[in-house]
Design a protein around this ligand. Structure first.
Ligand SMILES: Nc1ncnc2c1ncn2[C@@H]1O[C@H](COP(=O)(O)OP(=O)(O)OP(=O)(O)O)[C@@H](O)[C@H]1O
Ligand SMILES: [Mg+2]
Length: 322
């Protein structure tokens, strides 16, 4: 198994890990909550590997990738002949995970129709394969992960409240990368070294500033992909020009804030004038930030190139981005 690397210098993250350590050897269910790429799967592995179950199986189940009609048999198994395609008996993932931990990823995708069955298995600690009338005891530690607050699904009637209580014994909220700026340089340096051990690569102050300001919607996964690219292309020092466009330029929200300042300078402007002024300034800021590259500027504003060009024409704007 690959070695587990869970890096952080952020005090909130360290606190979370300390609190986790206190419950790691209990059998309580843990629910990991966090945006895409924050490290939910890594935390699940960390919990298993630090627990007393570490030498026993760890079974990961990506719930969103399993068609709902196959899910029951995947999780709980089936006997030979239980349904048309069941030509042999098959153990379910809960049985395979016996004595170890099971990680149900994307639990928010768990179909409502199977939720009561899952709850029964968790409460009784036994499963019944499809087509069988005997129960099999299973001893598993449950770890689940969700990108959204399950409480919202409960309120929307898509998630059973009793199941929610059963899996939410220990909720762990993993903060997004933009809320832990200390980790950005640490993780980048770690992963660049990982992908290019022979190189010594540093960041210029300007580049580092941009990387820390960026909002990292894809969190550590996005950072890791960038590190891989930088490890291939960078020489010794990474400068702003080496960074991808979305990191190098200000984001649209910052552009709007800047553009607004220009708009509200004019007293007595009516609604249409303010909107036109805002559009003009947004286009100018976007062109400035992309050195006059219209397709990049359009992308930055979330417009198609043709809409962007129509607006340039409407306001008789030229490509002078200075
Ligand atoms: N603190 C960390 N230290 C080192 N590597 C990390 C850290 N957090 C995440 N990673 C790495 O970032 C990548 C994404 O993490 P992971 O797959 O655990 O995220 P996730 O929350 O499960 O994402 P998704 O919701 O998209 O499934 C993995 O390769 C993981 O090893
Ligand atoms: Mg994941």
């Amino acid at each position: 198994m690959k070695p587990l690397v869970l890096l952080t210098q952020n005090s909130k993250m360290k606190e979370i890990l300390q609190r986790l350590d206190q419950v790691i050897d209990s059998d309580s269910s843990i629910l990991l909550i966090g945006e895409t790429g924050v490290g939910k799967e890594l935390f699940a592995e960390y919990i298993h590997k630090k627990s007393k179950r570490a030498l026993n199986p760890f079974v990961k189940v990506g719930l969103s990738a399993i068609p709902s009609e196959l899910l029951e048999s995947e999780l709980f198994g089936h006997e030979k002949g239980a349904f048309t395609s069941a030509s042999t008996e098959r153990k379910g993932l809960f049985e395979i995970a016996n004595t170890g931990s099971i990680f149900l990823d994307d639990i928010d995708d768990f179909p409502l129709s199977l939720q009561s069955k899952l709850l029964r298995v968790l409460e009784s600690k036994e499963i019944m394969r499809i087509g069988s009338s005997t129960t099999i005891p299973v001893d598993v530690r449950l770890i689940t992960a969700s990108k959204i607050d399950l409480k919202e699904l409960v309120e929307a009637g898509k998630f059973r409240l009793d199941l929610y209580y059963r899996i939410n014994v220990i909720p762990v909220y993993i903060p997004p990368l933009r809320e832990r700026p200390e980790d950005i340089q640490l993780l980048l340096e770690h992963y660049i070294k990982h992908y290019a051990p022979e190189k010594t690569i540093k960041f210029s102050d300007d580049a580092l500033k941009l990387l820390i300001q960026y909002n990292w919607p894809g969190n550590v996964r996005e950072l890791k992909n960038l590190a891989q690219r930088l490890a291939i292309f960078a020489r010794d020092t990474i400068r702003p020009d080496d960074l991808p466009l979305e990191i190098r330029v200000e984001n649209p929200v910052q552009l709007i804030v800047k553009a607004c300042k220009h708009c509200f300078l004019g007293d007595g402007m009516d609604f249409n004038q303010v909107v036109s002024c805002l559009e003009i300034n947004l286009i100018r800021e976007a062109l400035k930030n992309t050195k006059g590259n219209q397709s990049q500027a359009a992308k930055l504003l979330g417009l198609s190139l043709s809409t962007f060009r129509d607006k340039m024409k409407k306001y008789q704007l030229d490509n002078n981005h200075k």
